[in-house]
Design a protein around this ligand. Structure first.
Ligand code: PGA
Length: 266
């Protein structure tokens, strides 16, 4: 079975609620009727519910940009998957490079001291597992730093991230999860990864999934590329056999550019 392309827009810390509603309305009109590409937008937490109302009953799904691995409690600033689902989300991004490596720590009874708004591979794995357990589907992000790429360590870094981030799912979950390969140096820089190289790393990730979960899961799992995807370069990236979609930042903030990216995945 061919994999259905999946284009997700990560709005990051952009758009007021009113602006997000306007963007969602415009996008909804531009992509109406497209049913051979999965489409999601991931607004800020505060805009989720209102944007969710706009796209309810449309072909656009809603996602959160991050989550936590508890349902509720004294975890100031955190948002649970249950809360995301309540706001209308069906997806959540975990392990985006912008949530890895900053701010607080937590002493987890099982895992010891972990940083949380400074995700590491273990917390990313915990978030993805808890998202599944709460009825959401995770987009699990990974990617190497420029210094790691320049040192020739890309494959090693990606394998190390994937071995921890993807550990311990059921086969059924592993088939439904989405992995986003986002080289950190390509994010928001305009410096898109060469399409053959992006395809090669996505293929490497697929190989790791195969080792962990078997051929059927590796054939089913969708792997997105992210990092300076725009309406000009999307078609080339999405034509590659191992690239099943895109996680789009800046270009997802303009309805026409994002709609062009979605249409180029068809
Ligand atoms: P960008 O961001 O498209 O602005 O490079 C992608 C991302 O961070 O998901």
């Amino acid at each position: 079975m061919p994999r259905k392309p999946f284009i997700a827009g990560n709005w990051k810390m952009n758009k007021t609620i009113a602006e997000g509603v306007a963007l969602a309305n415009e996008l909804k009109g531009l992509v109406a009727g497209i049913d051979d590409v999965d489409i999601a937008v991931c607004p800020t937490f505060v805009a989720l519910a209102k944007v969710g109302e706009v796209i309810e009953h449309s072909n656009i799904m809603l996602g959160g940009q991050n989550t936590f691995w508890k349902e509720s409690g004294a975890w100031t600033s955190q948002i649970s998957p249950q809360m995301l689902a309540d706001a209308g989300c069906s997806w959540v991004i975990v392990g985006h490079s912008e949530t890895r490596g900053r701010f607080g720590t937590v002493d987890d009874e099982l895992e010891g001291v972990l940083s949380y708004f400074g995700d590491n591979d273990t917390t990313v794995n915990m978030k993805a597992k808890y998202a599944f357990a709460s009825g959401l589907l995770p987009i699990i992000a990974c990617g190497e730093l420029l210094s790691e790429r320049e040192a020739g360590k890309t494959d090693e870094i990606i394998a190390a991230q994937m071995n921890v981030c993807l550990d311990g799912f059921t086969k059924e979950q592993a088939m439904k999860m989405v992995i986003a390969y986002e080289p950190v140096w390509a994010i928001g820089t305009g410096q898109v990864c060469d399409s053959d190289e992006a395809d090669r790393v996505c293929g490497l990730i697929r190989g790791i999934v195969k080792e962990m979960y078997g051929e059927d899961v590796a054939e089913a799992v969708r792997i997105q590329y992210g990092g300076s995807v725009n309406d000009k370069n999307a078609a080339e990236l999405l034509s590659k056999p191992n690239i099943d979609g895109a996680l789009v930042g800046g270009a997802a903030l303009k309805a026409d550019a994002f709609a062009t990216i979605i249409k180029s995945a068809k």
